[in-house]
Design a protein around this ligand. Structure first.
Ligand code: SF4
Length: 401
């Protein structure tokens, strides 16, 4: 006889887990494109810019649209001292000078001169209590700037000597090459600056060479660079240049070589001479390289990496096209606060690497105070495409060609 099935009673419903459903229909509060009826240009007193497409701008927009609006459409740059930015600029400037054939002492002399100019500007903005007009202790800022300059200088000299471009193998075709192109129906120009363009003397392959300073281990950065937009933009712009400019060099663009160096945190000691300090920094990089590349060493902890990415996918894929179209729209949209919303997750985006976003003063204040009070106090205003400023940063603007 088949066994009779016992009827299982239904599980009790736990009312506490059921969502409360409410249909709520409300009008949007406030005018969508203005603040109390005012346009953004009236609130800031600034012209609205149309920035070119570049990976740094798209990267910023992906973090927070409002940040992109402030920096690229309104051309605002914080007056607060930024250590990472300074180290990156000085490092690039010294390496560029050395590549342009300047002697080491000339390169350092020019960098020192630029440092002096920056210090003077900081002092000019200092009141009788020793505070800058934007509220930083002037002597502390200058001391920090000096230390950052020392470390950037030591890093640049070490990288220049440790891993020079082998000119018997590679011909240098361009240094700091600026290229601007228009792609199909995208209205906004794409702009890149290539640190170096190299040609392999034997194979004729062309390589883009890109130098970066970073706070995180270079291997981590490399992992992300494989599918980042920047190498793709480089490729698109350089290909366009090679195919359309009769004066462009011949050869097949093969890939990009990244030269990444992690910033050290060791500082110059009080009684240490500059030469001793540079030696100590060099030793730190050398011993890291030796330890990480020895059998059993951890490559993830390398502080300096030179690595290549070969271009083998489509020149422009659908993902990239979408990114270009988005960037084009961001550059053309009539700017308003609602079109460029603030970060979705302020807890993560507004405080990155334990640093407060430089645009916090704008975000947390009433826009009615921007024009007269907040902007003059905390921001430098760039009146032209900020990409131009980035391409010609204040450290290398006065570098002789
Ligand atoms: S403070 Fe936050 S919301 Fe405002 S611009 Fe910066 S990241 Fe965006």
């Amino acid at each position: 006889m088949p066994k009779r099935k016992t009827k299982v009673p239904p599980a009790p419903v736990c009312r506490a887990t059921e969502p409360t459903r409410i249909l709520f229909w409300s009008q949007c509060v406030g005018a969508p494109t203005t603040h109390r009826g005012k346009k953004l240009s009236e609130l800031t007193g600034l012209p609205v810019l149309r920035p070119s497409i570049r990976s740094s701008a798209i990267g910023l927009a992906s973090e927070c649209y409002r940040k992109y609006l402030y920096r690229y459409r309104l051309g605002l740059e914080s007056k607060y001292y930024d250590s990472a930015l300074t180290i990156g600029k000085v490092y690039h400037s010294i390496r560029a000078l050395l590549r342009k054939g300047k002697s080491e002492s000339d390169a350092l002399h020019i960098a020192a001169h630029l440092l002096g100019e920056w210090q003077q500007r900081t002092l000019d903005a200092t009141d009788k209590f020793g505070m800058t007009s934007w509220g930083q202790d002037s002597s502390q800022v200058i001391e920090k700037g000096n230390k950052d300059w020392q470390i950037a200088r030591a890093m640049a000299l070490w990288a220049h000597h440790r891993n020079p471009i082998r000119e018997d193998e590679y011909e240098i075709l361009g240094i700091e090459k600026l290229i601007e192109i228009y792609y199909q129906t995208i209205r906004t120009p794409i702009r890149i600056r290539v640190d170096l363009l190299l040609r392999n003397r034997e194979t004729g392959e062309l390589w883009i060479y890109d130098e970066k300073t970073c706070s995180d281990p270079p291997m981590q950065i490399m992992a992300g660079l494989k599918f980042a937009l920047q190498p793709k933009l480089y490729r698109l712009a350089v290909e366009a240049w090679l195919q359309n400019d009769p004066s462009a060099p011949e050869g097949k663009l093969t890939g990009v070589c990244h030269d990444l160096i992690q910033k050290l945190t060791i500082r110059q000691k009080q009684k240490e001479s500059l030469e001793e300090y540079i030696d100590r920094v060099s030793q730190e990089y050398d011993s890291n390289l030796a330890a990480c590349t020895a059998p059993g060493g951890n490559l993830k902890e390398l502080k300096y990496v030179r690595s290549t990415i070969r271009y083998n996918a489509a020149l422009v894929d659908e993902e990239m096209l979408l990114q270009l179209r988005q960037a084009d729209r961001m550059a053309y949209t009539t700017p308003s606060l609602s079109q460029y919303p603030r970060a979705v997750n302020p807890l993560i985006t507004c405080v990155q690497h334990k640093k407060l976003c430089p645009y916090m003063a704008l975000c947390e204040s009433n826009p009615a105070r921007w024009k007269e009070e907040i902007i003059p106090l905390y921001y430098k205003v760039r009146s032209r495409d900020i990409a131009d400023e980035e391409d010609q940063n204040e450290w290398d603007r006065s570098i002789p060609a």
